[in-house]
Design a protein around this ligand. Structure first.
Ligand code: CO
Length: 636
């Protein structure tokens, strides 16, 4: 268990409970907020990278927090900057386009409002539902498809619901098909209830706990991970050192798990690789034609501050072995700091072999074990879980793996009905096609800030005297010299990857030092670019974007995504087509999964994976993991 330091010791330390309390007090004393105002989140204003680099322990540093929230009178989202160093409100702005992220109190008010509404109650009674306590209401963001009667600036949500048989039942087994309610969150009133007609409830239970599943397997014997001498990492506040790696971590309300100041010890110097690496937004665009799902395009990170929904992780369940946990503190709706214990898990994992060769002539065998350092967090957003796992390896590789699990979206369908945009996953239960598209912002600084990016494809060499059989192929690197040139799509058939280089730092072969961004087998968004899905999630049109560094450009879909009509974020950032060669740049990688649900995804989905790797490519002189010693009994 970790203790959250009461005062920050480093400029990138996350806001402490005391700092959050103080910031809220300063804002309240200013008197601008109404008494029903509620907070969405607090964000540390991260200091410029130059000043972070100059920092040494003990130095004084500036602290500034943003407090973001919603004030029902006069129905405005606010974005306040509080200078803790100066003890004053630095700025206070109301949000002109979009809304502050949704939070606990929004959800609660919406559910209470709906359940008291006579029209909604009548729709429930038409389905034989009398006990509204057993109705599970799921409020969804409304952005992109707002009803006509909604006045501009109204904070609103759209709700669908499910019927539980008992309070802890899996309600998703029984969708209350056809009923959609629109709620004005600020005025706490139902705007409209749509009813597309009664569909019978699917017949089966969706319970997945041991009590309801029945006989459990009896032949799984325990796996215990032990590290008798303890783990190989050290933790100092939010700084982590492991093997030759060093970096800092934080859990950001909108960006989840953040790696800061990632460097690698190479000889007697620490070589910088990334200034900051984190999710910059994500979208789940649904591809179903049904009125229950066609509007869904949820930005799980930015519409709801999902970092605040981190699970409290448990040894032996979420992570195995010698674990170090980090707590996280967030700003709750009422202005209090709330600490989630064990929100981040840090541990080492054995990862099979690192390298091996058996010399056929002499019979000598050299083999080394690979292991990786894992920093992870699991966030629950409504029906879904997202696990974000950063891995660092002994050979200089960095990997992001997203683990998707939880419960898929569902619809009840009449017996014998089916649709090609929502396959059946259980009797009379369908699940809409959808995608999960993540956009990571990678603020590189490879051996310094002056970096360039190349797209690298393998291609066959032309047939000719040098290549008579047409078997030769080569790797062709194309510079991405401007923001417009740097909007690219993955192409595994060409071995396509993107190489980030420092053109001024050469390895001993005269090549610029580089890391390659190796995408996984990833889609782009299927929704039309001019659809509300497409306009709001412009970032998801490409797998790669590169921008000139701007510390204010952190969100792939902009700053205030909830109810934003679209166009913000990456498409806006690149409008000026800034030059990218040998400059301080940011790489944005969008990737994900196309999810055509299958019966095996029901009633709870086995983990699906997606992600990317950052792999040294001429950054080191040779295999940097030759010095990993053989495991004890292998050298006997
Ligand atoms: Co899915």
């Amino acid at each position: 268990m970790s203790e959250q330091a009461s005062l920050p010791l480093h400029p990138l330390d996350p806001p402490s409970p005391e700092e959050i309390r103080r910031a809220v007090q300063i804002l309240r004393e200013d008197g601008r907020l109404g008494e029903n105002a509620r907070f969405s989140c607090t964000l540390l204003v991260e200091p410029p990278k130059q000043s972070v680099r100059r920092f040494s322990p003990g130095d004084a540093f500036e602290r500034e927090l943003r407090l973001i929230g919603y004030d029902p009178e006069p129905s405005e989202s606010f974005d306040a900057r509080i200078s803790l160093s100066q003890g004053k409100l630095a700025s206070f702005e109301t949000v002109a386009r979009g809304q502050a992220p949704l939070g606990f109190m929004d959800f609660l008010k919406v559910i209470v409002t709906i359940k008291a509404d006579p029209e909604w109650q009548a729709a429930m009674r038409r389905r034989g539902i009398e006990d509204f306590d057993l109705v599970q209401v799921d409020p969804w963001p409304i952005g992109g498809y707002e009803p006509e009667e909604l006045e501009p600036g109204t904070r609103a949500m759209r709700c669908i619901s499910f019927l539980r048989e008992y309070p802890s039942d899996n309600g998703y087994a029984r969708p209350i098909e056809g009923v959609i309610a629109y709620v004005d969150v600020g005025r706490e009133r139902v705007i409209r209830v749509d009813d597309y007609g009664v569909v019978p409830f699917p017949p089966e239970s969706g319970a997945y706990d041991p009590e309801h599943v029945g006989a459990m397997r009896e032949d799984l014997r325990p796996i215990e991970i032990t590290q008798p001498e303890g783990p190989s990492f050290t933790v100092d506040g939010h700084q982590i050192r492991w093997q030759k790696w060093q970096f800092r971590i934080s859990l950001h309300p909108l960006h989840g798990l953040v790696l800061h100041e990632v460097g690698y010890q190479d000889g007697d110097r620490v070589r910088p690789i990334l200034h900051r690496a984190a999710l910059a937004d994500m979208v789940v665009p649904y591809g179903d034609t049904s009125p229950m799902h066609s509007w869904k395009q949820v930005f799980d990170a930015s519409e709801t501050s999902f970092g605040q929904m981190a699970n409290s992780l448990k040894l032996g369940c979420d992570c195995l072995g010698e674990i170090h946990y980090f707590d996280t503190t967030y700003l709750s709706w009422n202005g209090d700091p709330v600490t989630i214990p064990n929100a981040i898990c840090l541990h080492e994992e054995d990862y099979g072999i690192l390298w091996k060769h058996t010399d056929m002539h002499s019979g000598t065998v050299e083999v080394r074990r690979s292991r990786r350092l894992v920093v992870s967090t699991i966030l629950t957003v409504g029906n879904y879980e997202y696990g974000f796992f950063w891995y660092l390896y002994l050979d200089g590789t960095i990997q992001m793996e997203v683990k998707l699990t939880g419960i898929v979206g569902v619809s009840a369908v009449a017996p014998g009905e089916h649709s090609d945009t929502a396959p059946l996953i259980a009797p009379q239960l369908a699940s809409p096609n959808h995608q999960h598209l993540f956009c990571f912002r990678l603020d590189f600084g490879l051996d310094g800030d002056g970096n360039s990016v190349y797209e690298v494809d393998a291609e066959p060499a032309p047939k000719g005297p040098e290549n008579p059989h047409g078997t030769a192929f080569r790797s062709v690197a194309t510079p991405l010299r401007s923001e417009h040139e740097a909007q690219r799509t993955a192409d595994p058939a060409r071995n396509r990857h993107w190489k980030i280089v420092n053109p001024e730092v050469k390895n001993r072969l005269g090549q610029p030092v580089a890391y390659k961004l190796l995408p996984g087998p990833t889609p782009t968004m299927f929704a039309a670019a001019d659809s509300p899905h497409g306009k709001r999630a412009g970032f998801a049109r490409h797998n790669l974007w590169v921008t000139a560094h701007d510390p204010a450009e952190l969100g792939a879909a902009g700053d205030f995504v909830n109810q934003h009509p679209g166009g913000a974020g990456l498409p806006e950032y690149v409008a000026g087509n800034r030059a990218l060669e040998n400059t301080d740049l940011v790489v944005w990688h969008c990737f994900g999964l196309t999810h055509v649900p299958r019966p095996e995804d029901w009633p709870v989905m086995p983990v699906e994976y997606c992600g990317f790797s950052l792999i040294p490519t001429g950054f080191f002189e040779r295999n940097p993991a030759l010095d990993v010693p053989p495991t004890k009994h292998c050298s006997d």
